[in-house]
Ligand binder design. Structure first.
Ligand code: SAH
Ligand code: SF4
Ligand code: F3S
Length: 475
């Protein structure tokens, strides 16, 4: 049935584990001969989906007997998990490939370069790689990440560049080895792909149609994570509000949240992203009822203009969006909101832009991710008339930040004097005596503390406002 999660490809997993063993044997032999293990460098660009996918890639590389390094200049295996949501993400990859060519020529001719992720799902990118970047060794996309071991083995045997790009999901392989970036918090995919086709967005073309995992698979993973010490889970999907609609036994996202809320050991639940068109009263109620669900909602508005929203294919209006904000605040008075905004969508007028500013003023976001519209070939917006000139966009973008940042500052200022429970995540890179973590409402908090507090919920009194984060003292 279309849209239904395929049952775990257990035989496929077993095949890949065979490749992992074979590569490990070779890597161990290399280590014995050279007195050092081969090292991998892994970079995830783009969104949390990619970050989470890279955790799986890194888990597989670790099992293959590579050591992880943060120094790209000493790596034997380099893998970039790419993003193509905006043009600058792609330019970054080409820039790095130029550097890598030099690296292979001068420092490490045996280094293996692998590219994967969203950008690789585009035919034009593959052509460019084939023509201009022949020093790349392995190329694969978003649907066959689990095949990394097989692709590495094929590259080792053939000595030639391996291309393996699929146009759709054929098999879902669960239970891949993974290395979590944080010991105490984890991401969990609840669905893959996107069906919304917002007219500016390339994601549906490179991530395929929406597929939900079953609640059983999700809960089993969450329980395993809890048993492994994880306290906070982030449920991931491009539009979590349409979760479960196509499952054989349909389940709503609100119902899923309630189930995850019951998992013992899990103390906090976050999720992203919520599309305003599908945000139900049922979900707001579930958020309010579930003690572990953080009172924080990322609700991308994109634009405040009804006409732009219509041409973006977003299926809501400024008024219906503001109604959701009101409902969420009525049900959870302390909730914080964040959003995504695009400036300079084709045809955006000054009046349209003023509507966006109005939404910013009324919604009082604690954070906003703001983007300059980027033309993506193949999307409907790319061929729309009236593309907005660059200088007009830049000017609007600056004016938007001048409205937005004072609001962000004020929303943080309101927290002064409060005692918040902060989930201590890591020591600050600049100062090891300072810990950083997030409050329930997703605000970033820095406070003095020792590293043994990492992974704990710490009561912190907020003493200072730094606009984009807070400073506090341990109680
Ligand atoms: N599924 C999520 C967003 C994923 S992409 C959602 O619908 O909210 C993250 C953000 O990138 C989007 O919310 C949008 O603001 C931005 N974005 C996507 N395509 C873009 C483009 N072509 N130009 C500029 N920003 C874009
Ligand atoms: Fe892109 Fe829209 Fe899908 Fe989000 S919901 S990934 S913006 S198409
Ligand atoms: Fe994410 Fe970028 Fe792909 S935003 S889904 S990594 S195109």
């Amino acid at each position: 049935k279309a849209g239904t999660a395929v049952k775990p490809g257990e035989t496929e997993l077993a095949r890949q584990l065979e490749y992992i063993r074979a590569i490990r044997a070779e890597n161990d032999a290399f280590a014995a001969e050279n007195g050092r293990k081969k090292k991998f460098y892994s970079l995830a660009m783009g969104c949390q989906m990619n970050a989470h996918d890279s955790e799986k890639l890194e888990g597989m590389l670790d099992e293959m007997g590579f050591d992880r390094t943060d120094e790209e200049t000493e790596a034997d295996f380099i893998i970039y998990n790419t993003c193509c949501v905006r043009e600058n993400a792609e330019q970054k990859v080409y820039g790095k490939l130029g550097w890598l060519k030099h690296y292979k020529e001068t420092k490490n001719p045996d280094a293996v370069i692998a590219l994967c992720g969203c950008m690789m799902q585009q035919e034009t990118v593959l052509q460019t790689l084939r023509q201009k970047y022949r020093h790349v060794d392995i190329v694969f996309g978003t649907f066959n990440l689990y095949k990394l071991p097989e692709l590495v083995a094929t590259r080792m045997e053939s000595g030639e560049t391996v291309y393996d790009i699929w146009q759709e999901q054929r098999e879902v392989v669960e239970d891949l080895p993974a290395i979590r970036h944080f010991p105490y918090k984890a991401s969990v995919n609840i669905m893959f792909g996107c069906n919304n086709f917002c007219s500016y967005c390339i994601v549906p073309y490179v991530r395929g149609r929406e597929r939900s995992r079953t609640p059983e698979d999700i809960l089993a993973e969450v329980r395993r994570l809890a048993a492994d010490g994880v306290k906070e889970v982030m449920l991931l999907g491009q539009n979590v509000n349409s979760y479960g609609k196509n499952l054989e036994t349909p389940v709503s996202f609100a119902e899923l949240l309630r189930m995850v809320n019951e998992v013992e050991g899990i103390e906090r639940i976050r999720f992203m992203t919520s599309h305003p068109k599908d945000l139900s009263d049922e979900l707001i109620q579930a958020m309010a009822d579930c003690d572990k669900v953080c009172k924080y909602l990322h609700l991308p508005v994109q634009s405040g203009s009804d006409e732009i929203l219509r041409r973006m294919n977003r299926h809501y209006t400024k008024e219906s969006y503001m109604e959701l904000v009101r409902k969420a605040r009525a049900a959870m008075p302390d909730i914080t909101l964040s959003t995504d905004i695009i400036v300079g969508f084709p045809g955006e007028t000054e009046e349209d832009f003023q509507e966006t500013l109005d939404v910013i003023r009324k919604s009082r976001y604690s954070t906003a991710f703001t983007f300059i519209y980027s033309k993506r070939t193949g999307t409907p917006a790319a061929t729309m008339e009236n593309q907005v000139p660059e200088d007009v966009i830049k000017d609007r973008f600056d004016r938007m930040l001048n409205i937005l940042n004072p609001i962000v500052h004020e929303v943080h200022e309101e927290q002064l004097g409060k005692v918040m429970t902060v989930f201590a995540e890591e020591a600050s890179k600049q100062d090891k005596t300072v810990l950083t973590g997030r409050a329930d409402n997703n605000m970033l908090v820095h406070f003095k503390g020792t590293e043994d507090l990492i992974g704990q919920m710490v009561p912190v009194k907020i003493t200072e406002n730094k606009t984009f984060y807070l400073i506090g003292e341990r109680m």
